[in-house]
Ligand binder design. Structure first.
Ligand SMILES: CC(=O)N[C@H]1[C@@H](OP(=O)(O)OP(=O)(O)OC[C@H]2O[C@@H](n3ccc(=O)[nH]c3=O)[C@H](O)[C@@H]2O)O[C@H](CO)[C@@H](O)[C@@H]1O
Length: 364
């Protein structure tokens, strides 16, 4: 089986593509080619993952009409030509797109060449590229049931996000050991996404007043860029003994497996990981993302009782520690939220996507 993967820009599009590729290598000895751009993060991440990589040159559409868009259309057509050449050479049985603008010409070219295609959407509100490609793709896999109204139901399959599959084997004891916290002690993890969040760091000093009364350890992840500054601000206050400030968590699945409650943004991979493990959360969607797309993600978990949502404009240290304390102090509420999170989790997402693709290739 030969599969082309495409998707890029942020990790949120790349990691699901790699997870699908790995599953297909395992299930069907698939041979993989990843088509991305030189500028996206995929140019570094994909070769590091040991997957063959080719680049095409393409940029995204501006949301407003502009001369740049005319150039983008010309570049799209050039991208389609280059993608067709790569596809004719590699001869894939199917092409998988996981969003980000590089998918556009690749999946479009595949459909014009009669190669079966599947696109995967990570967020509740589909991105521009997947909306465009939904007309051409043979299958549309979604992470959230709430995405269904955006797509043709005959092509739709609700698989979840394949990143969920990867956290299941996480070793909880190793999570405790890596943080230097006694096993079994409740942990509240506060993490503002892979690069940290300024608003989270600014809220931290306001949390300190009530922190020593919290019956849990607070692990606060600053993000690499904010670490020195945040540590500096804390030095002036006497930091409580149950506060652990770190720049980044390299073993996130293990730490999530040890967490009692997580406070984080509402990026799709994070939510897939939390629900796969059944971890309760307070979600503070980033207001700085395209179309505010994290808010509908957060709402999907909040409506199911798996999480509480807090808007960034409501975020102060005092308000956040108050909400954390109310949840951590109520074991029944924690259990209800954890059960609701687990009920939403789709840890079999990787295997289901692999089955969909194998069926797609068989029906060719
Ligand atoms: C800022 C931004 O545009 N984010 C978007 C990006 O997600 P992006 O990949 O940036 O963010 P996600 O929340 O989806 O994933 C973050 C990943 O980083 C890991 N992590 C984080 C912190 C840390 O210290 N260690 C660590 O390993 C998390 O476990 C998770 O696996 O694409 C997603 C899918 O389209 C969108 O839903 C997000 O809105």
């Amino acid at each position: 089986m030969r599969i082309v993967l495409t998707g890029g820009g942020t990790g949120g599009h790349i990691y699901p593509a790699i997870a699908i590729g790995r599953q297909l290598q395992h299930d069907a000895s698939a041979e993989l080619l990843y088509i991305g751009t030189h500028r996206g993060l995929e140019a570094r991440i994909v070769p590091e993952a040991g997957i063959a990589f080719e680049a095409i040159d393409i940029t995204g559409f501006k949301r407003r009409l502009s001369l740049d868009n005319v150039k983008t259309v010309l570049r799209f057509l050039r991208g389609v030509r280059r993608a067709k050449a790569l596809l004719r050479r590699f001869k894939p049985d199917a092409v998988v797109g996981t969003g980000g603008y590089v998918c556009g010409p690749v999946v479009y070219a595949a459909s014009k060449l009669g190669i079966p295609t599947l696109i995967h959407e990570q967020n509740v509100d589909p991105g521009l590229t997947n909306r465009f490609l939904s007309r051409y793709a043979d299958r549309i896999a979604v992470s959230f049931a709430e995405s269904a109204p955006h797509f043709d139901s005959r092509k739709l399959v609700h698989t979840g996000n394949p990143c969920a599959t990867e956290v299941l084997r996480a070793d909880r004891a190793a999570g405790y050991a890596s943080l230097g916290i006694a096993p079994g002690r409740p942990i509240v993890l506060v993490v503002g996404g892979s690069r940290g969040a300024r608003a989270f760091n600014e809220a931290l000093p306001g949390m300190l007043g009530q922190l020593d009364r919290l019956p849990a350890e607070l692990v606060f992840v600053t993000g690499e860029a904010y670490y020195e500054h945040t540590k500096g601000r804390l030095a002036a206050n006497a930091a409580p003994a149950n506060l652990h400030v770190v720049p980044y968590v390299h073993n996130m699945p293990q730490v999530l497996a040890a967490a009692t409650l997580v406070v984080c943004r509402a990026g799709a991979s994070s939510l897939a990981e939390l629900t796969a493990l059944g971890v309760p959360s307070i979600l503070i969607p980033s207001p700085n993302v395209t179309n505010n797309h994290q808010e509908p993600n957060a709402r999907a978990l909040a409506d199911a009782g798996a999480a509480e949502m807090m808007l960034e404009r409501e975020l102060t240290g005092e308000a956040l520690i108050g909400r954390i304390a109310a949840i951590v102090g109520d074991p029944q509420r924690l259990r209800r939220m954890g059960d609701a999170a687990r009920a939403l989790g789709m840890p079999e997402a990787g295997a289901q996507l692999s089955r969909e693709l194998q069926a797609l290739c068989a029906g060719r």
